[in-house]
Design a protein around this ligand. Sequence first.
Ligand code: 0PR
Length: 372
Amino acid sequence: MDVIEELRTYREKDIPYSRVLSSMCTVPHPVALKAHKMFVETNLGDPGIFVGTVELEKKLMTMIGKILHCKTPAGYICSGGTEANIQGIRAARNIQRRQRRGNLNIVIPKTAHFSFEKIGDILGVEIRRAGVDGEYRVDVAEVERLIDDSTIAIVGIAGTTELGQIDPIVELSKLADEREVELHVDAAFGGLVIPFMNNPYPFDFQNRGVSSITIDPHKMGMATIPAGGIIFRDERYLRALEVETPYLTSKTQFTLTGTRPGTGVASAYAVLKHLGFEGMKKVVDSCMKNTKILVEEMRSLGFEPIIEPVMNVASFFTEKAERIKDELYRKKWVISTIREPRAIRFVIMPHVTDEVIKEFISDFRKVVGKIN
Ligand code: 0PR
């Protein structure tokens, strides 16, 4: 068997995105695919060779800076939200540690992504978790109580993984300012959703206290994987991450990985430039419209959303979440579940069209009928 033929047999076992309502990734935009192919052999780990790709990344940073209300954006495209969060907290640690004592800590919402678990382990910082209010936004008073002399940073989430909720970043920013700690905003998902909504919530650098933002083009930016994004308020944070690179074309490196693909830079740039603000807005509008359709269908079947969806993530209370998920998987539908509170969760990405929803609801109805 020809090796390509062999590859195809494996690839065909993968479930197509049109059956996936649980993913924050999606089918890359056609222009992203083209861009990806053009940059397949690039390595931003050696910037003296890939001079053009470096220039393109700078242009992309300016573009993302504009979206995030920052005139001096400093950052790069990395492997994903996990690496972006690691680097955000690592920079905060390196900047703050001179003025802090004892075992350093960060204060995060209970609803934070599990990547912060890894951060605690890798950086050796204590992770303090603050509770949330009735709408699943972090309780700012509790964040304040958890801050002490060893706190280097607090974290807010703009688009929580499980509910798509936005923490009160405005209040967190005031708190960070007062207590002179860094504020990292995890907008891995929401960063390329919120700016294109009507009346966007001010989650970004327009708040003085915000030091860094995770914003992933490989989620709602429809770029090719891997394309995460970490953006700092200014160069100072990148300087705090640098190590010397004696035998490279550059003298220092601030990234976590060494060899680093330029494909994410090219594909993210291509999508944002090609679609522009209006094009991105259309994509987000359409996802929000489909979210509404899904919520209405689910309500008519007796399922209530945990919160009225803020963005294109919707989760519904049910004690039978696991059974529903397993039965749907048998019918080749992928959804996800939440444990606290018990619920089923959907992410309404661009590939979750109104036709997909219609087809899904028809099978969902059968599954629920069988279980009850
Ligand atoms: N921060 C937030 C708020 C996230 O939701 C995620 C990932 C991350 C950080 C980490 O990003 P990376 O996975 O890029 O490192 N959220 C999704 C999740 O863990 C990612 C995902 C994507 C899951 C596609 C499944 C999937 O099919 O649920």
